[in-house]
Design a protein around this ligand. Structure first.
Ligand SMILES: [Zn+2]
Ligand SMILES: [Zn+2]
Length: 257
């Protein structure tokens, strides 16, 4: 990996994603012979991000050692012919996959290792050379696609309205960075710099406790353990959803509960 980053001329940069998609990109695209228009949305989002977060460290996930860390959608990983770790899954506010309506996994479901780019793919995994794809854990080699998926529909009763807002606001964060403006619930618009304020208010759950796949799995297990037997359940009226809908994608909600 080090040799590859040296080849790209970004070996000494703190964050490989930021370096690759940033100012070095035109040179790298010429060096590697790919289209200068490639990764347009990711580069656009990064450019906007660096205007509100100079180093990206407030909004982007990293390991304790300061290396890029990702979340992953088990279903997206399953569908990709060549699995990859998506840049948007590095945003700490981006917690669920809108495509599959499921929570992203924070770490390996089997060994708990952080999801990150391997320093050496051929030598990663429990048996060196057995980790062939980025959909595999670099620690134990097991596939992230085998995680027990937390679908939002099934988890509705264990997500609070405030947490639901944090989840939706994560999606709105990427939409705001792409559109270069913040759109709030009720057709209110703010400049992109307002994103900093939303983040500091805890509405994105970046530095505060926010729902994770593991947390919701625990809550679902506790809920299911407390459920009445099927015979008792048949006598009960249907449960009402505890979460209101009507949040349009890409629009922030900033009401406190
Ligand atoms: Zn997905
Ligand atoms: Zn693992």
């Amino acid at each position: 990996m080090r040799a590859f980053l040296e080849f790209l001329g970004i070996a000494n940069e703190l964050d490989a994603d930021v370096a690759f998609l940033g100012e070095a990109f035109p040179r790298i695209s010429a060096l590697c012979g790919f289209d200068r228009g490639a990764f347009f949305e990711a580069r656009h989002i990064l450019k906007s991000l660096l205007k509100v977060d100079r180093t990206g460290r407030r909004f982007l996930l990293e390991t304790d050692a300061g290396k890029p860390r990702y979340r992953i959608c088990p279903r997206c990983a399953l569908e990709q012919s060549t699995p990859y770790l998506a840049f948007h899954c590095r945003f700490s506010a981006w917690r669920f996959c809108p495509e599959h309506q499921c929570m992203l996994e924070e770490a390996c479901w089997s060994c708990g290792a952080a999801i990150r780019l391997p320093a050496n793919l051929a030598g990663a995994g429990p048996m060196q050379g057995k980790c062939a794809y980025l959909s595999q854990c670099t620690g134990c080699g097991r596939s992230h696609t085998k995680a027990s998926v937390v679908f939002l529909d099934a988890a509705t009763s264990v997500i609070t309205p405030f947490e639901r807002m944090q989840l939706e606001n994560g999606r709105a964060t990427l939409a705001a960075l792409l559109a270069k403006r913040v759109e709030l619930h009720g057709d209110r618009r703010k400049p992109l710099s307002y994103l900093r304020q939303i983040e500091r208010m805890g509405l994105l759950g970046t530095k505060t406790r926010a729902p994770t796949a593991d947390l919701l799995r625990d809550r679902q297990a506790a809920r299911d353990a407390a459920l009445p037997s099927p015979v008792e359940r048949a006598r009960l009226p249907p449960l009402a959803s505890s979460v209101g809908h009507g949040v349009r994608s890409g629009v922030f909600r900033d009401e406190h509960p």
